[in-house]
Design a protein. Structure first.
Length: 200
């Protein structure tokens, strides 16, 4: 694999839909090291899965947060990565003040045959919000380099401010007290671990 291929991955995503296919082909040859590139958007299978172009309300089915159908590729996913497994999600505490943060520790193992990078991703699911919230909300990540067969503990910090929403009555960003589920995985499609934390 040429070293400039990683740059091409970024450029292809900005050119439109069709140029992405050659770079996402799982049959392409790879080198002895597996990079950890991730998609920064969700790719729909068809424009028919999206709301009308002039509908700017993302809650009607736009972005990974509100997309309702099965996409072609999900936010955070990759086709060339080490096979890995996330085990044992451990929040440092079960309660988090609205102006504080919580740290999550995750054990990650490279179960593949090649060294490479994994991108451990943290998502939040609101369990008691008074307003409409995303199905999943991206709140943090950590890239880790793993040798084949290696296990490492990754720590990801999530600030409660990442959970704030715009309160139209107070005209301010508000962090509301509620329980949330913290999901850990390698993409929005594969949250393999979860732990509940209460925001106070």
């Amino acid at each position: 694999m040429k070293p400039y291929l990683v740059s091409l991955l970024f450029v292809a995503s900005a050119l439109g839909q069709q140029p992405r296919y050659p770079f996402l082909d799982p049959n392409l040859p790879v080198c002895d090291y597996s990079p950890g590139g991730r998609l920064t958007v969700t790719w729909p299978k068809s424009p028919a899965q999206l709301p009308p172009m002039m509908d700017y309300n993302i809650r009607h089915g736009r972005t990974y947060m509100y997309f309702k159908d099965e996409p072609l590729y999900r936010l955070g996913s990759a086709r060339v990565t080490p096979r890995s497994a996330c085990r044992t999600s451990r929040p440092a505490r079960r309660a988090c003040p609205g102006d504080g943060s919580v740290k999550v520790s995750v054990d990650v193992t490279n179960t593949g045959a090649r060294d490479g990078d994994e991108v451990v991703q943290l998502y939040a699911k609101h369990l008691g919000s008074k307003v409409e919230r995303p199905r999943q909300q991206f709140v943090g990540f950590q890239r880790v380099t793993l040798k084949a067969g290696e296990t490492r503990t990754v720590e990801i910090s999530m600030a409660a401010s990442r959970l704030a929403y715009w309160d139209a009555k107070t005209k301010a960003l508000t962090v509301e007290p509620e329980p949330i589920s913290i999901l850990v995985g390698d993409s929005t499609a594969n949250p393999t671990l979860s732990a509940n934390v209460r925001v106070e």
